[in-house]
Design a binder for this molecule. Structure first.
Ligand code: HEC
Length: 224
């Protein structure tokens, strides 16, 4: 009986000692790894920069640059080479192809705004990141003003001619949104829109002139 009890006591002591020793080892380990970690952190400052990320307004600027460049390249190097643009002959055209709004029905190719929309529909499908063309004088119903935020943004670019950037919350989710003005940079922008049957019917008093803001490119970046 006594022998059994003292054995118990001994094994408890042994367990305590083992626990203390292993704790001491763990502390040493921690100290060593912390010292090593300190050295690594100094050398790995790039990790800290990557974790900080790129400001959303800079991301929006980059995305907009790519979109605007693609649209200009399509207009300059594809549309400009065609012999016809929406029923009108182009004297400098070399290809017997027409760019027309009804490209699907009439064996043509899409207009730049349609090409842009087709791309945005693919990119935005099932994604919280979206971008689109929007205007107060929209030809396409889907490209009108739909929210208070869009109204504020469109009013801002119409009056300043500068991009409008702001945070907004949609359905409990935070976004950084930027609207970049889309200006009449070519005579074709003005003539085509001013003479479009939908434009004439909806906005008979709105006559675009060169340099006018015709609408904008809205980019919505989800922040979560
Ligand atoms: C040959 C005709 C034509 C030309 C040229 C043209 N557009 Fe458009 N634009 C359209 C049509 C048609 C739409 C609607 C397309 C769609 O269904 O998405 C449109 C859409 C737009 C929209 C979106 C709002 C809306 O009306 O639905 C903006 C903004 C726009 N165009 C600006 C421009 C600018 C700026 C230029 C010149 C760089 C230009 N357009 C050149 C025919 C034209």
């Amino acid at each position: 009986m006594l022998a059994k009890r003292s054995l118990n006591w001994f094994s408890r002591l042994r367990a305590k000692t083992i626990a203390m020793v292993s704790m001491a080892i763990a502390v040493c380990f921690l100290a060593v790894s912390c010292a090593g970690g300190g050295g690594e952190a100094a050398g790995g400052s790039s990790t800290t920069v990557a974790a900080a990320g790129i400001a959303p307004d800079v991301v929006a600027d980059y995305i907009h640059t790519v979109m605007a460049a693609d649209r200009t390249a399509y207009t300059k190097h594809v549309i400009n080479r065609l012999k016809k643009l929406e029923g009108k002959d182009k004297p400098d055209g070399v290809l017997d192809v027409e760019a027309t709004e009804s490209w699907q029905q009439n064996d043509g190719i899409p207009l730049p705004a349609q090409m842009f929309r087709l791309g945005s529909e693919i990119a935005s499908d099932g994604s919280p990141f979206t971008y689109s063309l929007i205007s107060e004088w929209n030809i396409n119903d889907n490209q009108g003003i739909k929210t208070d935020f869009e109204k504020t943004a469109v009013d801002a670019i119409n009056s300043t001619g500068e991009p409008y950037k702001e945070y907004q919350e949609v359905g409990g989710k935070k976004y950084f949104s930027a609207l970049y003005p889309d200006k009449a940079v070519a005579e074709a922008c003005v003539t085509c829109h001013n003479t479009h049957p939908i434009h004439l019917e909806r906005y008979p008093d709105k006559v675009f002139e060169m340099g006018d803001v015709m609408g904008g490119i809205m980019i919505n970046i989800p922040l979560e």
